[in-house]
Design a protein around this ligand. Structure first.
Ligand code: KG4
Ligand code: ZN
Length: 347
C-alpha cells in the first residue's frame, strides 16, 4: 500500500466539534493544504456548540471541504497514501460524519485508514515545526472540551497525568464571556477585553486541588465571576449591563490571569514530577498570547531551563493538519485502523 515509499502524503479529516476540516500533509510536516469551514456563526446565538446543528453542518460541508483540500494541494486520489480521521474524543454525532466520510474514501480508493486521537493531534501541532525534541516533555492540551496534562515520551506515547474534573479551560472562557456579555467564542473576546484591563482588579480563586494534584477545576472561578457580577446571594441584579467597558476589561483580565496562573503552576509541577526537558502546548486556548508568554517565562526561569514548543496560532484551534501530521508517525509505526472503526466521545 505504498508504505515503503520515501514520502507519505496523507489526507487528514477533522469533524470532532464545530469545525469541518481537511488537509493534505506530506511526511507529517510539509503542509500542502489546510481547509477549515468554521460553524461559529451557526452557534453564536446559542453561546455554545449545539451538537445537532454541528452534525448537520458537517454533513453539508464535508465533501466540499475535502475536495477543496485536495485541489488546493494539487493532488488526486492516486497521490494520497492514507486517510487519517480524528475519531475521538468529541461530539459523537459530529465525529460520525468525518468517520463515515473517511471510511468511505478508504474503501472506494483502497487506501489505508488511520485513527487519530484529537487531543494527541493538538499536541502534534506543537511539534510541527521542530525536528529535534528533547524528551520527556510535559504536554498541556487546553481546548474547549479538555484540559489535560501528559507525560510525552514520543508523539505516539502520551501518558495522561491529569485532567479537568469539571469545566475545561476553554469552556470557562466561553461561559465567562457569556456572563460578561462578550461575543462567542469567548476565548478570543476575553483575550481582547483583557488587553485593556487590570489583572489585579479582582482576586479570583485559583483552584489547585491539593499539593500534589495534576488535575484541574475551573467551575469555581466561573461561579466566582458570576457572584462578582450578581452579588454573593445571586439575588442582586445582573450589574453587567451597567458596568463600564473598563470594569468588564478588569474582570476579563483578572479571570484570564487566574486561569493562566493555574495552568502554568500545574505545568511546572508536572515538569518537575517527570523531569521534563520540554513543554508542549496545544489546543484552542493555546492561541492566547498571555498564556503563551506566561508559560515562556516559567520555562526560562525553570532550573534547568525548559524549552517551550507551542503550536503555531493558526493550528491551535481545530484543524486537519494536526490530524494528517500525527498520522504520519502512526503509519511509520504500522498503526493502522480498518473499516470497523467507530467514533468515540471519550479520549
Ligand atoms: O481546540 P478547540 O478549537 O476545540 C476543541 O477541541 O474544543 O478549542 C476551542 C476553545 C474555545 O473554548 C475557545 O474559546 C478557546 O478555544 N479559544 C481561546 C482563544 N482562542 C480560542 N481561549 C483563550 N484565548 C484565545 N485566544
Ligand atoms: Zn480541539
Amino acid at each position: 500500500m505504498g508504505f515503503a515509499k520515501d514520502h507519505l502524503t496523507v489526507l487528514g479529516i477533522e469533524t470532532s466539534c464545530d469545525e469541518t476540516a481537511a488537509a493534505v500533509v506530506v511526511d507529517g510536516r510539509n503542509v500542502r493544504s489546510s481547509v477549515v469551514a468554521s460553524q461559529t456563526k451557526l452557534h453564536q446565538k446559542y453561546g455554545g456548540v449545539v451538537p445537532e446543528i454541528a452534525s448537520r453542518a458537517h454533513i453539508e460541508n464535508i465533501l466540499p471541504v475535502i475536495s477543496e483540500a485536495m485541489s488546493e494541494a494539487g493532488v488526486g486520489q492516486d497521490e494520497i497514501d492514507a486517510i487519517a480521521i480524528a475519531n475521538q474524543p468529541g461530539l459523537t454525532i459530529a465525529l460520525v460524519v468525518g468517520v463515515t466520510a473517511a471510511k468511505t474514501l478508504s474503501f472506494m480508493w483502497d487506501k489505508p485508514l488511520v485513527a487519530i486521537n484529537h487531543l494527541h493531534a493538538h499536541l502534534q501541532s506543537a511539534m510541527l515545526e521542530t525536528e529535534e525534541i528533547e524528551l520527556p516533555a510535559v504536554a498541556l492540551v487546553v481546548s474547549g472540551g479538555h484540559t489535560s496534562l501528559y507525560d510525552c515520551a514520543s508523539p505516539l506515547e502520551l501518558k495522561l497525568l491529569g485532567s479537568t474534573i469539571d469545566d475545561a479551560a476553554g469552556e470557562a472562557f466561553d461561559k465567562v464571556a457569556t456572563i460578561l456579555g462578550l461575543p462567542y467564542p469567548g476565548g478570543p473576546s476575553i483575550e481582547k477585553a483583557a488587553r485593556s484591563g487590570n489583572p489585579k482588579a479582582v482576586r479570583f480563586p485559583r483552584s489547585m486541588l491539593g499539593r500534589d494534584s495534576l488535575d484541574f477545576s475551573f467551575s469555581g472561578i466561573k461561579t466566582a465571576v458570576l457572584y462578582h457580577c450578581r452579588g454573593q446571594d445571586m439575588k442582586g441584579a445582573d450589574r453587567v449591563g451597567e458596568m463600564s467597558e473598563q470594569e468588564i476589561a478588569d474582570i476579563a483580565a483578572s479571570f484570564q490571569t487566574a486561569v493562566i496562573d493555574v495552568l502554568v503552576k500545574k505545568t511546572k509541577r508536572a515538569a518537575g514530577r517527570i523531569g521534563a526537558k520540554t513543554v508542549l502546548l496545544g489546543g484552542g486556548v493555546a492561541a492566547n498570547s498571555a498564556l503563551r508568554e506566561a508559560l515562556e517565562r516559567m520555562c526560562e526561569r525553570h532550573k534547568p531551563a525548559l524549552r517551550l514548543l507551542v503550536a503555531p496560532k493558526k493550528y491551535c484551534t481545530d484543524n486537519a493538519v494536526m490530524v494528517a501530521s500525527l498520522a504520519y508517525h502512526k503509519i511509520r509505526a504500522g498503526l493502522l485502523a480498518d473499516l470497523t472503526l467507530e467514533p468515540s466521545s471519550n479520549g
